[in-house]
Design a protein around this ligand. Structure first.
Ligand code: SF4
Ligand code: SF4
Length: 402
């Protein structure tokens, strides 16, 4: 008898944990239950082979009689009753939308080239900082560009850490631009003032890179509280340098967006109103212009979650996100058309899932093992952090969704 799961070890363990907890009265129901769990974990079209000893030990057998050289295809079974009981987000989506969250064709390749950063911000969901050593290798960088070219992906979105600190960053930008792709760089502004990055702004301009910069607030105190003392002043200087080469003045080849996120445990205000305030304050106080403001909700994961827990605000914040669930955000969620690549080449539905090690369903998913063509229609791996994307007007790397 055999069962193996062509998904991650983590998912297999999850399934076995579920089986261990289950009280399964009949063999038939055991089979349906387990197959449904596999499907809920995105394994419906996977193959099964290997040992079922663990399940046998649990008394939850027999799934199939053995047949020589047989590769078992999972049948289609109902799915809505078998979502992970701890994933309230998936349950909510299925209840209100009538189907699980699924992806479309990959249009944006968002690549996290490493966790190395010259800053260590309080809200950072990457846990990035100067001491991090995880950095994308040349081989993986080449795989990213090959995937972009082969699948004619329109946008390469480079993030980190500070993506510019990856030694292959400029090569990736040049190759992607030469392939005709839009390149977005998540730029923290302060890296411009580190040794070796003095020509960064002119490189951005030469390559017509779209620059997206974090500036949590237009006031010094609020920004420095989140990103560190002195960051606001450097950010202003960095924005002036970008303005000086034509960024932030309505030119398509010099697009400059700012990112606002709340400095505490609350949902952001309306994007359009905040954008007006930013425009007025930055222009009048500092002579700075920009093209767009993206308002982003702080996700309750990693460093920000630690801070929420430490200050006793986690449950209240999570509750606020769930109460503000907005079904109208679903069509525009970034996981629908974005594929996230980690510094070591693994694939995820989004950058947040990447930070939680919540891998793509049903895939040993790296750029080396998966064709991106096969990923359209996949069920997206979700968790309760996803309520951060669907709260209020919604949130994504490109700002609000509705
Ligand atoms: S939020 Fe950005 S700038 Fe701050 S530590 Fe994280 S990656 Fe670096
Ligand atoms: S965190 Fe947001 S973008 Fe990521 S899978 Fe959940 S809903 Fe989609």
């Amino acid at each position: 008898m055999s069962l193996s799961i062509s998904g991650s070890v983590h998912r297999a363990e999850t399934i076995l944990d579920t089986a261990r907890l289950a009280v399964v009265p009949t063999r038939t129901f055991a089979r349906v239950f387990l197959l449904a769990k596999l499907r809920a974990n995105g394994l419906r079209s996977g193959t099964m082979n290997g040992s079922t000893d663990a399940l046998t030990d649990l008394g939850i057998v027999e799934l199939e009689r053995p047949r020589k050289n047989r590769i078992m295809q999972l049948p289609v079974v109902g799915q809505s009753n078998f979502t992970d009981p701890t994933d309230r987000f998936a349950q909510r989506i299925e209840r209100q939308d009538g189907r699980p969250l699924s992806a479309k064709r990959v249009e944006i390749l968002q690549v996290n080239v490493g966790k190395l950063c010259n800053q260590a911000c309080k809200h950072c969901h990457v846990d990035a900082g100067p001491a991090r050593t995880e950095i994308m290798t040349e081989e993986t960088a080449r795989q990213c560009i090959a995937a972009l070219e082969q699948h004619e992906i329109k946008t390469l979105d480079l993030t980190g850490g500070a993506p510019e600190m990856n030694p292959h960053f400029r090569w990736m930008v040049r190759r992607a631009r030469a392939a005709g792709a839009q390149v977005i760089v998540r730029h923290n502004l302060t890296i411009q003032f580190e040794s070796g990055y003095e020509d960064l702004v002119s490189f951005f301009a030469d390559q017509s890179v779209d620059v997206v910069c974090s500036l949590p607030h237009f006031e010094q105190d609020a920004t420095d509280r989140q990103r560190g003392r002195g960051v606001f002043d450097k950010s202003i200087a960095g924005l002036r340098a970008l303005n000086a080469v034509g960024y932030g003045q309505g030119r398509a080849d010099r697009a400059l967006a700012l990112v606002h996120n709340p400095v505490g445990a609350y949902l952001p205000g309306a994007q359009s109103a905040l954008e007006g305030q930013y425009r007025q304050e930055l222009k009048s106080q500092h002579g700075i212009t920009f093209d767009a403001l993206y308002v982003i909700t702080n996700m309750p994961i990693r460093r920000f979650k630690d801070w929420l827990v430490r200050t006793g605000q986690h449950d209240e914040y999570q509750g606020a996100l769930e109460s503000a669930f907005n079904l109208a955000t679903i069509p525009s969620l970034m996981c629908r058309n974005t594929l996230s690549v980690s510094w070591d080449g693994r694939l995820f539905d989004c950058d947040f899932n990447q930070m939680l090690d919540l891998e793509l369903h049903a895939q040993q998913a790296t750029l080396a093992t998966v064709s991106l063509d096969k990923l359209a229609g996949r069920v997206i791996a979700t968790g309760n952090h996803c309520f951060g994307c669907t709260a209020g007007t919604g949130s994504s790397c490109g700002g609000q969704l509705t």
